[in-house]
Design a protein around this ligand. Structure first.
Ligand code: ATP
Ligand code: MG
Length: 499
């Protein structure tokens, strides 16, 4: 139980926030039984290492603590979900001298992959004295032939943090669980570090299961990589900040182009297959965007509240307009309007998307020309400038903040694996690094929460675009009742506020 130090005293429903107890409950335990051996952590044997640097397995990080107090019996306290705090353990499960590690990067490229590899090698060597780490080339495919594995030491990885892409290479498809575990077993690997996106995480879970079934002493740790930031439960993923910065530069270019021509319309397509976080964050970062389209929000072109009217208004008002569109936006609309609706999949089985950028250009240009007819001095319609930064966003070196973040994730992955944990991923929850069982996040997606108060609200305010909210979800004037005390009550709600 943890005492809330203090709370907002404005809320009349919480008479004395100081006395509320928060019961913190571990959501799900990471497997920590790769073997039963115990060795002292070499870090603990170094002079001048404070014991307070070490983390106890009972140290937890609370998440989702903002539960409604009114729903809870205050005497019993308020429950909060919690996760295992990451960090070095006092005792570890492997003899570092006998350890052999392997690291692999899978899926699409992302700024920071090389930093993760660098820091895994550095932490293993410098903090634990593990001298053998192999880099597996070309993603999961590379496990097959151990003669191609790349020995990594401090010299090889020293400048990795300045490089974009993946030194080891990556790939899609080619996951063969049994063959991978055969190779790990044959080569005597006992620490496996995997970095990749949702598909990679599913693949890592299968490897960990196979390892357990065979009774092997191999820890499987995942450092989640998704430039789209679409992994649930965790605050953010590495590379995301770098990608948002690069997307912002593309928006700046589109602004320059749109401002350079009469009634210039700049359209920028950014990454985001299922989640529009890059589009949302780069829109808010630049503050010059008139329309932000994301996969989470269905939109329409024509009629009241459609994007054509909105853009026509902005063009007439400002002389130019900027659209940021995530690659996964508008897929259903495109299909209903006769765009071919891609059935193809890539080597990993991911559905190929219809290209929303050129489609938007094609749809918007004639419609806006029609809207602007007779209302502009030259009457030659809009000038459309389409910017697809694509690999300019993926292939760049990480920002300073991402380099630091990758370092924290990689070191904590090493600490967890050395402590004998397996089938886990490392990620920050409420700003603290945690170990989460893979099964908690596999097959789930983090999307922008447009239904509740979130950054999306700022996007709608900043761009002044239609919210495209479903009508029933919104409050209308009939829902407001004025009370005798001069306040207003909203129907279906106990909230009261003064006007
Ligand atoms: P991103 O989508 O961010 O680029 P990702 O990890 O999702 O990254 P994928 O190409 O989907 O990229 O998958 C990467 C690797 O994981 C591939 O080698 C693929 O074969 C493997 N993989 C994907 N899904 C599964 C699955 N369900 N089971 C086993 N392996 C999988
Ligand atoms: Mg993926």
């Amino acid at each position: 139980y943890v005492n809330a130090v203090d709370g907002l005293t404005e809320d009349v429903k919480i008479p004395s926030p100081k006395h509320i107890l928060w019961k913190v409950e571990l959501v799900d335990r990471v497997f920590d039984d790769v073997n039963r051996a115990t060795y002292p952590n070499p870090l603990s044997l170094k002079p001048n290492t404070p014991t307070s640097w070490f983390v106890d397995d009972d140290d937890l990080v609370a998440a989702k603590v903002n539960v409604a107090a009114s729903d809870t019996d205050l005497d019993k306290g308020i429950k909060a979900e919690a996760y295992t705090l990451a960090g070095p353990r006092f005792d570890i499960a492997f003899d570092p001298k006998q350890c052999k590690a392997a690291v692999v990067t899978c899926g699409g490229l992302c700024p920071g992959l090389n930093t993760v590899v660098r820091e895994i090698v550095m932490c293993l060597r410098r903090q634990y004295g593990v001298s053998t780490t192999y880099g597996i080339p070309s993603g999961y495919r590379g496990f097959k032939d151990p003669t191609t594995w790349i020995p990594l030491d401090e010299k090889v990885v020293r400048n990795f943090h300045n490089m974009g892409g993946s030194f080891l290479g990556s790939s899609r498809g080619g996951h063969d669980t049994k063959a991978i575990v055969d190779s790990l077993e044959k080569e005597g690997i006992n620490l496996l570090f995997v970095t990749g996106g949702d598909g990679t995480v599913r693949g890592a879970a299968l490897i960990a299961d196979e390892v357990r079934n065979r009774g092997l002493e191999i820890a499987v740790a995942v450092i989640p990589k998704t430039i789209d930031n679409d992994i649930p439960l965790i605050d953010r993923t590495f590379g995301f900040e770098s990608a948002v910065n690069a997307a912002r530069q593309a928006i700046d270019v589109a602004v320059t182009e749109a401002e350079g021509f009469p009634y210039g319309l700049g359209i920028v397509k950014v990454m985001g297959r299922h989640s529009g976080f890059i589009a949302m964050h780069s829109t808010l970062g630049s503050r010059v965007v008139d329309l932000c389209l994301v996969p989470e929000v269905d939109f329409y072109l024509d009629g009241e509240g459609g994007i054509v009217d909105h853009l026509a208004d902005r063009l007439l008002e400002n002389g130019n307009a900027i659209v940021v569109v995530a690659e996964g936006a508008g897929q259903e609309l495109m299909a209903t309007m006769g765009s071919h609706g891609a059935d193809e999949v890539d080597l990993s089985g991911n559905k190929l998307l219809d290209d929303v950028g050129p489609w938007l250009v094609k749809q918007l240009k004639p419609r806006l020309n029609e809207k602007l007819k007779g209302k502009t001095p030259y009457d030659d319609g809009v000038t459309c400038k389409y910017v697809d930064p694509s690999y300019m966003v993926r292939g760049i070196p990480p920002t300073t903040a991402d380099n630091l973040f990758c370092t924290q994730l990689a070191h904590n992955a090493v600490h967890g694996a050395m402590a004998g944990m397996t089938s886990f991923l490392v990620g920050s929850v409420n700003t603290r690094e945690c170990y989460l069982p893979i099964r908690l996040v596999a097959n789930k997606q983090n999307v922008i929460d447009t239904a509740h108060q979130s950054l999306w609200e700022y996007v709608v305010f900043d761009t002044q675009q239609p919210s495209f909210a479903v009508e029933n979800d919104c409050r209308d004037e009939n829902d407001i009742i004025t009370t005798a005390s001069g306040g207003v009550i909203f129907r279906n709600s106990d909230d009261e506020c003064s006007i």
